[in-house]
Ligand binder design. Structure first.
Ligand code: ADP
Length: 430
């Protein structure tokens, strides 16, 4: 129980850590991406501005004598050299004619896919164009500006650009570093979480242990005097059979003995789980024998009892414990079914499982209460249960026994119509 709690606390802690890490990681990634992209744009814009200034200067000096866009190789080399002084060594410049053909390729850029015609047609409208494009297998950031003569005629375009590969490489490295950091963080968070959760639940575990020991010790201590009271009361009752007070003492001491027995079973189960002595058991045989005992109880309570039991249902189980479960279910069916009602015990095979169900036509349980029936001391009608000798521990013991066997216990009910409690166990193969 505490190990499960420790793992659950750790899982929550790791989940919170992962969420925080993912949020921070994604934010850092996009922030770095933005910064690197801005740097690329700044480098391209810087070269573009210098090229535009050089072109304007050249246009001014030929006073419009030459048509089209023109710049001497020296001018362009100057622009590129200036760019290289900054961080823009891998920036390219293309001078483009108004019809989109190359006028000059001063940096000897390999021309596959360049100039980018999409960007040029956008810049034809008069505005600069910025875009990221995949050209000839390379991711590029491209900037195109139109150039006009002094008379306002379109002389051509300056297209500048820069490869995005170094930005993408940096982002890939960042993602890799963050992913491996995250993985290491996750492992450390799990290990740390387990240690911290272990320390945090230690006092709860200790106090639970103390309570369990207290219940077990108190039950043991009460048992001996109770046995004396019960034996003496039974003797007295045999001597004075009509004495109601003595009868009450006998009934109450029987009830207390049952209660102490149940408490001891649960205290033992809390410590090291229900102890089982496993063997091959024929569940149908067990059901028949428990059914014979229940038939007597049912007939005393004015109920009809039927057993529909299939042939051998071999399971790997502790026969005594399973018998205990069957008796709890049958006893409940008898207790909570008014006289004139009917109880049916069924035992059958279903999809590799042995199934034993107890149906009754009793008072039933409201649907909302069903999940709580397996809680210790939970009773739908406390007074009724107490009057019928119920301890409120039967179903919780039954469930613990079924869990210990790797089986299950299911309760279905319709108030006023009756209930069906079904136990399931895997069939044993050989
Ligand atoms: P109890 O000793 O009170 O019977 P259990 O743990 O066996 O304790 O059952 C818990 C409660 O579940 C009972 O008090 C009763 O209210 C309800 N219950 C169990 N079995 C039946 C049933 N067959 N029909 C109606 N109510 C039931």
């Amino acid at each position: 129980m505490f190990e499960a709690l420790r793992w659950r606390l750790t899982a929550w802690y790791v989940l919170a850590f992962t969420l925080v890490f993912v949020v921070i990681g994604v934010s850092v990634f996009f922030w770095v991406d933005r910064r690197l992209s801005d740097e690329v744009d700044a480098a391209v814009a810087q070269v573009s501005d210098q090229a535009r200034a050089a072109v304007n200067q050249a246009e001014a000096s030929d006073k419009g004598e030459q048509s089209g866009i023109g710049l001497s190789s020296d001018d362009i080399r100057g622009v590129l050299a200036n760019a290289a002084l900054g961080r823009s060594a891998d920036v390219f410049i293309l001078l483009v004619n108004p019809n989109g053909s190359i006028a000059a390729n001063p940096g000897d850029v390999p021309l596959g896919g360049l100039p980018d015609q999409g960007s040029i047609s956008k810049a034809r409208s008069g505005a600069e164009d910025w875009r990221s494009a995949r050209v000839d297998g390379h991711d590029l950031r491209i900037h195109t500006v139109p150039v006009y003569s002094s008379s306002g005629a379109l002389d051509g375009f300056i297209q500048t650009g820069k490869s995005l590969e170094s930005r993408d490489r940096s982002l890939r490295i960042l993602a890799l570093v963050m992913a491996s950091g995250g993985l290491v963080g996750l492992l450390l968070a799990t290990a740390g979480g387990l240690v911290v959760a272990g320390i945090a639940i230690r006092p709860v575990r200790r106090s639970f242990e103390r309570q369990r020991e207290f219940v077990a010790d108190a039950s043991h201590e009460l048992r001996t005097p109770l046995t004396v009271i019960r034996t003496n009361a039974e003797t007295l009752s045999a001597i004075t059979p009509d004495d109601d007070a003595v009868e009450d003492i006998v009934a109450e001491s029987k009830y207390m003995t049952r209660l102490l027995d149940d408490l001891l079973v649960l205290a033992g189960s809390d410590q090291e789980g229900i102890e089982l002595s496993l063997g091959r058991v024929d569940l149908s045989e067990l059901a028949r024998s428990a059914g014979r005992a229940a038939a007597r109880l049912a007939s005393d309570a004015g109920l009809t009892f039927d057993a529909v039991v299939d042939g051998a249902l071999m399971v790997r189980a502790d026969a005594e414990r399973l018998r205990e479960v069957l008796l709890i279910l049958l006893d409940n069916a008898v207790k909570y079914t008014p006289a004139g009602g009917r109880i049916i015990l069924r035992a059958q095979k279903e999809r590799g499982e042995a199934i034993v169900g107890v149906d009754d036509t009793g008072v039933g349980v409201p649907t909302a209460e069903i999940p709580r029936l397996f809680d210790r001391f939970y009773r739908v009608d406390k007074a009724r249960s107490r009057a019928l000798g119920g301890t409120g521990l039967g179903l919780s013991i039954a469930r613990e026994i079924m869990d210990a066997h790797g089986g299950s216990l299911q309760f279905r009910s319709e108030p006023g119509k009756g209930s069906t409690v079904t136990m399931r166990l895997p069939l044993s193969s050989a």
